[in-house]
Ligand binder design. Structure first.
Ligand code: URA
Length: 191
């Protein structure tokens, strides 16, 4: 029987070699995650896009630049946080993740959350939020809440996906800025 991956490096190596779903056939790179593995704050996005797939790093495109700006607004940089996605491989054409792809991949995210053990988890958009908070409620109503998750051992703050702010109403960015101030409050209170 194969050993179950235990350490961060073992889980990452297992993900890098993963062929559990069809996305392994079309990916260029597995995008496992990036940042400080001891971070107090972790972000969970949806899935790698084109640039992320080419570079193997999450949030390197336009959505990533917005994420950097929102982080800077609360005095943080990318190196201070950890960033992962629900899916580690790019869905072709950036289509939505399929339920069986999420099922195949969710163990990696579960291991990441367990190992990083963040105090605050920010879910970016509907896919990350619905995976970590069993709810039918959409992100527009979920955003900005402080959800205590005993199984994550963290407070979860859902917000919009940065891509929604890039293509949507200007108020989406303002809402995200507000949600990031909640994150800062939580981090300041936990010190
Ligand atoms: N969108 C995501 O959800 N994740 C990325 O890594 C990039 C864009």
């Amino acid at each position: 029987m194969e050993a179950i991956p235990q350490t961060y490096a073992e889980v990452r190596d297992a993900a890098l070699a993963c062929t559990m779903c069809r996305l392994s056939e079309t990916r260029n790179n597995v995008v496992f995650g990036a940042g400080d593995p001891n971070a107090r704050l972790m972000f969970v996005g949806e899935a790698p896009g084109k640039n992320e797939d080419l570079q193997g790093v999450p949030f390197v495109g336009a959505a990533g630049r917005l994420l950097d700006e929102l982080l800077a607004g609360i005095g943080l940089a990318r190196d201070d946080v950890y960033i992962a996605n629900v899916l580690k491989c790019r869905p072709p054409g950036n289509r939505d993740p399929k339920p069986d792809e999420i099922d195949s991949c969710k163990g990696y995210l579960r291991s990441q959350i367990r190992m990083i053990s963040p105090e605050v988890v920010v879910t970016l958009g509907n896919f990350a939020t619905k995976l970590l908070v069993p709810t039918e409620i959409g992100i527009t109503r979920m955003r900005g809440q402080r959800i205590t998750s005993w199984w994550l051992g963290a407070t979860l703050v859902p917000t919009f996906h940065p891509a929604a702010a890039l293509r949507g109403r200007p108020s989406v960015r303002q809402d995200m800025e507000q949600d990031f101030t909640i994150v800062k409050e939580l981090l300041d209170a936990g010190r």
